[in-house]
Design a protein around this ligand. Structure first.
Ligand code: MLT
Length: 404
């Protein structure tokens, strides 16, 4: 008789954004006349930039001719894309990352969920609290997190690093030594950042204690301040302790196209074993690569036209972020984020819990956000709004929220 992976049974509830989706759909079905504005999940709304569409059309035509048809992609991804990434995301910022240290994938969500697989199940993870739920849930599935305490909303074998107003939503070095440290900056959900000097402290710490940092830089395109690092490889010593995850979803609108990559430097080793070879082994075995058409679309992100168009797209979303941040601050809300990130983190008013505020906003003004407690216990009484809506909807949502 087969048995289940019982770790799955330990997972409380469903995935955060599925729960929200179900609630909102139920409300919409019961109130079809209401115009609901969705600023919950960080899903983009602007169409793909013309340079990207053009590259996709060309690639589609190539696929229709025997001489230019492409079957399986190379294991790590096409060289044209890996070279463009190495040059534009790394070398141009003074980071020594070679094209063959870049693994193309169908997105940072999958990579952030899968990367734990190459580590022993008795490794201890440290996460920020609040945190993008995928990091914790994927470790629960692997059996790495111990038991769940429903009262505190915490796992017995996870080291939580509270990111709260008192520390500027930046984690402090943990008292207990972790093996794997998940960091995401600019941060999802709080929109907070850390400086290059602060990140250097994490790199030094990881090298000292022999930990690996899994650094999620999915939101780097939104950085506006000079002392905020775009990549962990801007820090000295990161090549021996850090894996970096990147996405094309937020900087180029690929949430529905799917493309991302993971950087594993060859110096990152456990004894004699390079993590690069393990991840390459995993990639080769379990993955057949992002589609050629999509990788050509990714290449266009780095063309001169693509860069200019995407700069405008990011500016469009950041205008929303500023509108939310300033609008709600003027209305008396306690707000942060929204300067180097497309997320605004606000305190629920009138002593409401995160979910109470979620229900209140949905029912009273038909605006959807994400309850902070869904990201971890320190997110309780907070609420996340995304800047990825249209400008018109963002303005209307803020005006509605101000009126509550
Ligand atoms: C979010 O809303 O936190 C993100 O869109 C989720 C994701 O990128 O998977």
């Amino acid at each position: 008789m087969f048995r289940l992976n019982e770790n799955y049974l330990k997972l409380p509830g469903s995935y955060l954004f599925s729960t929200i989706g179900k609630k909102v759909n139920a409300y919409a079905a019961a109130h079809p006349e209401k115009k609901i504005i969705r600023l919950g999940i960080g899903d983009v709304t602007q169409p793909l930039a013309p340079a990207i569409i053009e590259a996709m059309h060309v690639a589609v035509d190539e696929m229709g001719k025997a001489e230019t048809f492409h079957g399986y992609a190379p294991d790590l991804g096409y060289e044209f894309l890996r070279n463009a990434i190495a040059e534009n995301d790394y070398r141009s910022r003074g980071c020594e990352i070679a094209a063959d240290e870049i693994f193309i994938s169908d997105g940072a969500k999958c990579d952030s969920g899968n990367i734990q697989e190459i580590f022993s199940t008795d490794n201890k993870i440290a996460v920020c609290d609040p945190v993008y739920p995928v990091y914790v849930d994927s470790n629960v599935m692997a059996g790495r997190t111990g038991t769940y305490n429903a009262e505190t909303g915490t796992w017995s074998d996870v080291i939580y690093m509270p990111c709260v107003a008192e520390n500027g939503f930046a984690p402090e070095l943990p008292k207990e030594t972790p093996d794997l440290i998940y960091l995401c900056f600019p941060n999802n959900p709080t929109g907070a950042t850390i400086t290059r000097t602060q990140l250097q402290e994490w790199v030094d710490y990881a090298n000292k204690v022999g930990a690996v940092i899994i650094y999620d830089a999915a939101y780097e395109a939104y950085i506006s301040e000079a002392d905020v690092p775009h990549s962990i490889y801007e820090c000295e010593g990161a090549r021996t302790c850090a894996i970096e995850l990147r996405s094309f979803s937020k900087n180029a609108g690929f949430t529905g196209v799917r493309l991302g990559f993971t950087v594993v430097p060859k110096e990152l080793k456990c004894g004699d074993v390079a993590l690069h070879s393990l991840w390459a082994r995993r990639h080769g075995t379990k993955y057949n690569g992002a589609p050629y058409i999509v990788q050509r679309a990714g290449e266009a992100v780095y063309s001169e036209a693509g860069k200019a168009q995407l700069k405008e797209q990011v500016a469009y979303y950041m205008r929303n972020a500023h509108y939310i941040l300033n609008g709600l601050r003027d209305a008396g809300f306690t707000v942060s984020g929204g300067v180097n990130a497309p997320y605004i983190w606000l305190k629920a008013p009138k002593g409401m819990t995160s979910w109470e505020f979620f229900d209140h906003l949905l029912e009273k003004v038909n605006v959807v956000g994400t309850p902070g407690s869904g990201f971890g216990p320190s997110g309780e009484t907070y609420f996340r709004l995304t800047a990825f809506g249209s400008y018109e909807n963002t303005v209307e949502a803020v005006d509605r929220i101000k009126g509550i």
